[in-house]
Every structure is written in structure tokens, then in C-alpha cells.
Write a protein that binds this ligand. Structure first.
Ligand SMILES: [Ca+2]
Length: 92
């Protein structure tokens, strides 16, 4: 399979856009959109977004510009962190 990285990048973009478009600003994720994304795309992570306190804390940590929503750059930081954590597990 060629172009795995390119395919992954397009999927990241499409996934972000899909959830960000649900509500309000189509370029940012609200708390509810973050919860939906976790529940569907990362089940098992933060118990699928069920723990509101953890979701709130995560958004607070991610939200570098302080607007209470998660933009694409902030989303990518999260994905990078999670992917690096997986890498540690897989290679240890
Ligand atoms: Ca939105």
C-alpha cells in the first residue's frame, strides 16, 4: 500500500472537519463535538468521552488560544500525543 502517510493525513483532516461541522463554527470542535469524536473514533479513550470532568480538563489543556474550542492545530497536538503514547507501548 503506497502513500499511507498521505492517506493518514487526509483522514485526519476529514475526521476533524466531519466532527467540527456538526455545530457552530465548522473549523473548531466544541466540547460536545470533542465528546462525539472520542466516543466514535477513540472508544476506550477517556471512557469514550463519558467523563465530563476529564473532557473539560483535556479541552482546557488543548485550548492554547483560550477560546474554549479546539482548532485543527490543537487537535493535531492531541493526536500527536496519543500516537506517541501508542508508539511507546508498541516499541517497549
Ligand atoms: Ca464546530
Amino acid at each position: 500500500m503506497d502513500k499511507k502517510l498521505q492517506t493518514s493525513m487526509v483522514l485526519l483532516l476529514q475526521t476533524f472537519k466531519q466532527y467540527a461541522s456538526a455545530d457552530g463554527n465548522p473549523n473548531t470542535l466544541t466540547k460536545n463535538e470533542v465528546k462525539e469524536l472520542f466516543k466514535t473514533e477513540l472508544p476506550g479513550f477517556l471512557e469514550g468521552g463519558k467523563n465530563q470532568v476529564e473532557v473539560d480538563k483535556l479541552i482546557q489543556d488543548l485550548d492554547e488560544d483560550g477560546d474554549s474550542e479546539v482548532n485543527f492545530s490543537e487537535f493535531m497536538i492531541l493526536i500527536t500525543d496519543i500516537t506517541c503514547a501508542f508508539y511507546e507501548i508498541v516499541t517497549s
